[in-house]
Design a binder for this molecule. Structure first.
Ligand SMILES: Cc1cc2nc3c(=O)[nH]c(=O)nc-3n(C[C@H](O)[C@H](O)[C@H](O)COP(=O)(O)O)c2cc1C
Length: 179
């Protein structure tokens, strides 16, 4: 059961979890994997993603001015790999991976199997070369109660295992231990 996170929603992405970014522009929706994302301001709450200009998702985010950071756990690893290696220019990833979703009141695509999500409205962007940084104001955030509550990740719950990418093809680690 997902619960709204009104206080410090940036904490959901403090550890920069590999995420599935969804976009939706005039009925065209897409999903792709990012590892270059982070929280960048607490007041107002802001997040940032870095998107290659060649991605099919790029014009969808640019034109709609919105994106959703869907946070998967390790159970979605195959979806993460697929959505990070196949472009919507070739395939309908929702169909191919049977990704179930709902549409939020902000028109965001929310993946049912993600353990948390952060909806962002683009307020600024920065062209830094082959990638553009989309800085988004967080307009809504939800998390499964069992994995995140009272402003903390519950790392003893096996569903809380989010992913980090080591940059080499196919090498991921999970974050599941408190030091
Ligand atoms: C683990 C992982 C992390 C990735 N991180 C990013 C990223 O931060 N930014 C980006 O533009 N592409 C990133 N990619 C590549 C895109 O996900 C990939 O090119 C995808 O097929 C683009 O889909 P689209 O063309 O349908 O938008 C990543 C891929 C993987 C596997």
């Amino acid at each position: 059961m997902k619960k709204k996170i009104s206080k410090n929603p940036t904490r959901l992405i403090y550890h920069n979890p590999v995420s599935l970014i969804t976009s939706n522009h005039n009925g065209t929706k897409n999903v792709f994997t990012v590892s270059w994302l982070c929280s960048v301001s607490n007041n107002p709450s802001m997040a940032m993603i870095s998107v290659d200009k060649k991605r099919r998702s790029f014009p969808l985010i640019e034109q709609s001015g919105k994106y959703v950071i869907n946070i998967p756990n390790i159970k979605m690893l195959k979806d993460v790999i697929y959505c990070g290696n196949v472009s919507a220019k070739e395939k309908d990833k929702f169909k191919e991976r049977d990704l179930k979703f709902s549409v939020s009141e902000n028109n965001g695509i929310i993946l049912d199997d993600a353990i948390a999500y952060v909806e962002c409205e683009v307020v600024n962007k920065c062209d830094i070369g082959d990638h553009v940084l989309f800085i988004g104001k967080i307009i809504d955030a939800y998390a499964d109660e069992e994995v995140y509550s009272d402003g903390k990740w519950n790392l003893s719950n096996s569903n809380a295992k989010t992913l980090s990418f080591l940059g080499e093809n196919g090498r991921y680690i999970t974050i599941d231990e408190l030091q």
